[in-house]
Design a protein around this ligand. Structure first.
Ligand code: AMP
Length: 280
């Protein structure tokens, strides 16, 4: 496994790869867990070579506290990447990426960034767009892999690739969960025991929403979920939304020909957790 720390070295590596070989990119912020590894394994099956990037991208954080507390476990990450036979790893510093000018480019994502995560984390998707576009330019992958855990991010990246006409296939990967249903996340390691025990309420609520989806109206479902969270002292609901998967706009009346998903963001202390589920 080759580890690259500079933009120049990883660029050179990509340009030395024979055109007949496909290259799969898995962008991550490290503190790798089974969810990440499942994506890397999928990328290994579908490509000749796989590169994983590990970069805690400062421009996508709206709160310094969240950025400063983001878990960093580089040595363990490298061991795990060796175990899954990853070919290349790119671990740049913020200076290497931003040249001491840590600001985002501004993007037009067709309004997909105006709701949910975009509404609650100002500037988040400009930060995501900035780093993903840079990684695409530097690495020039054949395919890039993104988890449905961050479904809004996935749709936004697909839109960016379409709008800019980039020759990269975006591959969606299903959500990996702990046995009790909690979506795997690097942030889960920051939960104390009580918070960890309470956290599966997020997925249970999404499952309940799926059950109610075709029987009840939106107001009933929203009130139901709200009440469940209010009864739980360890979790504060930030938003619960049912949205059309293409537009991500909140569903008011359900069109049976369209696809919908339910989305939750909740705080457990200072740890912010997100999850979502397909409803139809
Ligand atoms: P992160 O390191 O959290 O930025 O995640 C890197 C990539 O892994 C993103 O595309 C995430 O959507 C994806 N990912 C994170 N957690 C999971 C999970 N539990 N299941 C599937 N994909 C995930």
């Amino acid at each position: 496994m080759k580890v690259f720390k500079t933009v120049d070295s990883v660029k050179r590596n990509s340009s030395n790869i024979d055109e007949k070989f496909s290259l799969g990119l898995v962008p991550t912020m490290g503190a790798l867990h089974e969810g990440h590894l499942s994506i890397i394994k999928k990328a290994k099956i579908e490509n000749d070579l796989v590169i994983v990037s590990i970069f805690v991208n400062p421009t996508q954080f709206d709160k310094a506290e969240d950025l400063n507390n983001y878990p960093v476990t580089i040595n363990t990450d490298l061991k795990l990447l060796e175990e899954v036979d990853c070919d290349f790893v790119f671990i740049p510093t913020a200076d290497e990426i931003y040249n001491s000018n840590i600001v985002s480019e501004k993007f037009d994502f067709n309004g997909l960034d105006k709701v949910m995560e975009g509404e609650h984390r100002k500037g988040h998707f400009d930060g995501v767009g900035t780093i993903v576009k840079m990684l695409f330019e530097i690495i020039k992958p054949t395919r890039a892999y993104f988890g449905e855990k961050d479904f809004q991010q996935l749709q936004i990246i697909k839109t960016m690739v379409e709008l800019k006409g980039l020759p990269i296939q975006i591959v969606a990967c299903e959500i990996f969960r702990e046995k009790d249903g909690l979506a795997m996340s690097s942030r889960n390691t920051r939960l104390n025991d009580a918070q960890r025990n309470a956290a599966p309420l997020i997925y249970r609520s999404l499952l309940k929403c799926k059950e109610l989806f075709l029987e009840k109206d939106m107001t009933f479902i929203k009130d139901y979920i709200d009440t469940k969270f209010k009864k739980n002292a360890s979790l504060q609901l930030e938003y619960f939304e049912i949205a059309n998967v293409k537009t991500l706009s909140p569903a008011i009346d359900i069109d049976k020909n369209e696809k919908y998903r339910a989305f939750i963001a909740a705080f457990s202390g200072s740890v912010r957790l997100i999850d979502n589920i397909a409803l139809n």
